[in-house]
Design a protein around this ligand. Sequence first.
Ligand SMILES: Nc1ncnc2c1ncn2[C@@H]1O[C@H](COP(=O)(O)OP(=O)(O)OP(=O)(O)O)[C@@H](O)[C@H]1O
Length: 280
Amino acid sequence: MNTASKLSVQNLAKLYDGVPVLERVNLEVQTGSFCTIVGASGCGKSTFLRMLLSQEHPTRGQILLDGAPLPLEPTPDRGIVFQKYSVFSHLTVAENLILAQEFETSRWTGRLFGTSRKAAFESSEDLLDRIGLRPAANKYPAQLSGGMQQRLAIAQALIKKPSILLLDEPFGALDPGIRVDMHELLLGLWKELSMTVFMVTHDIHEAFKLGTRLLVFDKIRHDPQAPQAYGATITYDLPLKSPTGASLRSPEAIAVAIGAPQTNKPTPSFQSIHTPNNQE
Ligand SMILES: Nc1ncnc2c1ncn2[C@@H]1O[C@H](COP(=O)(O)OP(=O)(O)OP(=O)(O)O)[C@@H](O)[C@H]1O
């Protein structure tokens, strides 16, 4: 393992009921990288994120975090945001945010009371300001727009100050204008908190705009007689930004390089990839 790596993925494979989903995945990621992940539907991108969270475990291979095997359970230093709003509808914005602190501090009742509860609210106020939801602190999710709910989901993932943020198509359900606002919010938080980010998206333009590095997942090996015989791996691993943040390639050049359709709309397919980088 590269000693400077925040995360090291070594010869990772994942099978479900004997069917390979991912195989031979190798990756070294430095602290502060923003890895955007694209690939055909069903090729295992979410499965990969869930393994980084320890919601799933590799069938073979290993993942090291700061040089040590990944803990077997999710830990507060890894936050995740899904496409569908994952906030609790019966809790207000502020209550959703202090929930993680309640469970950690008060394992038996899952609730905080009195001064502890007040302190938890106060410690979440800065984050509420940061995501622009302080005025909505006492509202319930049903009273929020889609963008506001997703900002709350991001804040929930950030409340424990994770060093790794996992994002599974977090903006896929939002209108284009709101997505742009969310991009700015996310980029600001990423820089401010020095996080290492892994984000799955179907939109190559979003991948290009946000990422410092693009990972393309696809199958290299195909058996026409047995389409499920092989899993996907990382077929392209492309730096997108220089250390100063300058773009190294245009989105169009990236799309051509990886054989993806050039469109502003979510990219439907990455099937036509011809020159993978780690074919054996
Ligand atoms: N818990 C599970 N048990 C069995 N099979 C699963 C499980 N989770 C995922 N799979 C299968 O693994 C494959 C990869 O699924 P995954 O959701 O990781 O793909 P994806 O690339 O994220 O897809 P999409 O882009 O459509 O969200 C799919 O064939 C899916 O049916």
